[in-house]
Design a binder for this molecule. Sequence first.
Ligand code: FAD
Length: 385
Amino acid sequence: MKAVIIGAGMGGLSAAIALKQIGVDVEVYEQVTENKPVGAAISVWSNGVKCLNHLGLEKETAALGGIVDSMSYIDGFTGDTMCRFSMQPLIDEVGQRPYPVARAELQLMLMNAYGIDDINFGKKMVSVADGPDAATVEFADGTAVSADMVIGADGARSLAREYVLGHPVDRRYAGYVNFNGLVDVDEAIGPATEWTTYVGDGKRVSVMPIAGNRFYFFFDVTMPEGRPYERGTAREVLAESFADWSPGVQRLIAALDPATTNRVEILDLDPFHTWVKGRVAVLGDAAHNTTPDIGQGGCSAMEDAVALQFAFEEHPDDVGAALAAYESARTERAGELVLRARKRCDVTHAKDPEATAAWYDELRSEDGTRVIRGIVSNIVGGPLT
Ligand code: FAD
């Protein structure tokens, strides 16, 4: 059984490792020529960590992960603590600590686990087609490859998705821009082992620890789509957007490196339930493109990879049956996470200002129970539950 995987992001690489584990002959093709992930870090929630553990990467993941012992919400303007609570009940309930990790380090860990020298870089897929005995991918350099199956893990602007659905789709602008990067831990911004989030006015500023005494930070700023932006000007833009915010936020704006701060317009895609056409399947953002508001996009991609492995374990010699099992195991769960993230996004970013004001009030009386219940409900339900 041979699989061609298009895309060496966290979805494609997790799938490559998962299939290789069960003896599938895997080839990975990636359009970029080197490991240069977009974005600074991600929070790998417990469900994602369990997938990485399942792929044999327990020690490696823990070594990259920050320790988040508590969570807090801070009034962005006054700097007053709205609530602070321990993460331990969550860890106890789901049986695994979450780990925020630097993207480049996660990516390198996955590449090494698969075999970095075995990744075919600089290979941009320009077409994919199904056939009775094999599926075939053509690349921009004029070469082609065939396999028993093609897994399109080619991200949010997926070409494989277009093939599987039979038409292109329009993604939806979620109404805000996310600025993100890494800074050294600074307790004047937030405690070293806490996920700290400043909120106010439908905006959000957050820091969470990753390994190496660093914070992953992000700022969410609501604004119309397509605003011009010159790379390197993050400090000026954020100083203006958060001018009257509290000293912790000002300190973060002063600490960030504008040259390495990323700016991402946030989009998502309505869930869809056709992930397979013949021998071609989509996985990761190609199959479910979500806003990052519950931090589940990458975790969901890792769940896809594990589900794909389980499907081929169940149907080792039958691509059609295995891909059908994969599709039926995943579309509902992944679509649900997309819709939950969208709902959370609307509340966080004041789509309805009254609902957001009510959320701020709730946070002032929060003891952690409701927030943790919400996060746990996102975490459970995947292939490793
Ligand atoms: P990608 O990472 O996009 O990888 C796709 C790969 O395919 C790329 O390497 C690309 O170069 C390659 N490719 C594309 N087209 C072709 C082609 N034609 N030929 C060959 N190669 C191709 N998720 C979480 O779990 N937790 C978080 O905290 C979190 N935070 C986020 C914050 C932000 C601001 C954003 C934008 C996303 C966040 N996510 C988070 C989501 C997460 O980043 C994605 O879900 C994840 O990267 C999806 O992985 P993927 O492998 O499916 O796609």
